[in-house]
Design a protein around this ligand. Structure first.
Ligand code: 6PG
Length: 261
């Protein structure tokens, strides 16, 4: 399912509301909400909306556990740090218990950091399947998501839950598809004209997840949602008219045979 919003502000408000609803539902069902945040700049406004009173008070923060989909191997103080971006925009403004925030610590060797974070995940999920209630993801202009880059070995990883990407600059650590595709819900946040071409390729081009890793996010029917703004959606061939501030494009009409990716 794809929802198109007039602009990134409307997209961000909707994403924050979706986060709050997902958190309430998960805590009612299981007593906790386990979420992996996305890096990059697009989700920043969503995090800021979540920190506003009307959203903040709707989230049961005492039962929320925050992880990350990926991280750059830089100090926390570095403006490129995904943990710092989320802390500045959201986490320092909400009453989440500090021990329930699990940043990927990676200031040196990305491989050692990947091993450590996998141990954190295995300890948290008690070796059962790493099933996040919600994973937020972005889309790079080359089709990457998290830090799963085109033609990189991490894209083909099917056993480890966390992989190192030492070739990136700065080096990175990323969750792998075995984790992303276990999620109860994956929500992509994509905004801006720069993303129009890659969004069309990912959603309407040939299926080639090695070339466009975002296509490899296939958690199962009904468990993936694309929240995009009008600029990013401009290249999409078919968008059905929806409500005033969003249009719905039902991916079951998807040329790839009707399954949700
Ligand atoms: C990261 C992200 C990455 C990001 C995309 C889009 O750490 O960079 O995990 O996958 O989501 O590159 O980034 P923007 O939102 O900044 O365009």
């Amino acid at each position: 399912m794809i929802r198109v919003f007039p602009d990134v502000e409307a997209l961000s408000r909707a994403a924050a509301a979706l986060f709050a609803r997902a958190a309430q539902h998960a805590v009612r069902r299981a007593g906790r909400f386990v979420v992996a945040l996305s890096g990059g700049q697009t989700p920043r406004r969503t995090y800021e909306w979540l920190a506003r009173p009307e959203c903040r008070e709707a989230v049961p923060w005492e039962a929320v556990h925050v992880f990350w989909g990926d991280e750059r191997c830089v100090p926390f103080e570095d403006p490129r740090s995904n943990a710092r971006i989320a802390d500045e925009a959201l986490l320092r403004h909400v009453p989440i218990p500090p021990h329930q925030i699990h940043p990927i610590r990676c200031e040196g060797d990305p491989e050692a950091a990947a091993v450590r974070y996998e141990a954190v995940l295995r300890g948290f999920f008690r070796e059962a399947s790493p099933r996040f209630d919600l994973i937020l993801l972005g889309l790079g202009e080359d089709g990457h998501t998290a830090s799963l880059f085109p033609f990189h070995s991490a894209v083909m990883e099917r056993r480890r839950w966390v992989a190192a990407v030492p070739e990136a600059d700065p080096p990175r650590v990323t969750l792998t598809f075995p984790v992303l595709n276990q999620a109860r819900r994956v929500v992509f946040l994509v905004a801006g004209a720069r993303k129009a071409e890659i969004l069309r390729a990912v959603l309407e081009g040939p299926f080639d997840p090695l070339r466009w890793p975002a296509q490899g996010v296939r958690p199962g029917p009904g468990r993936i949602l694309w929240l995009v703004d009008a600029e990013a959606a401009a290249g999409l061939f078919r968008i059905r008219q929806g409500s005033a501030d969003e249009r719905h494009y039902n991916q079951s009409e998807d040329p790839h045979g009707g399954t949700s990716r």
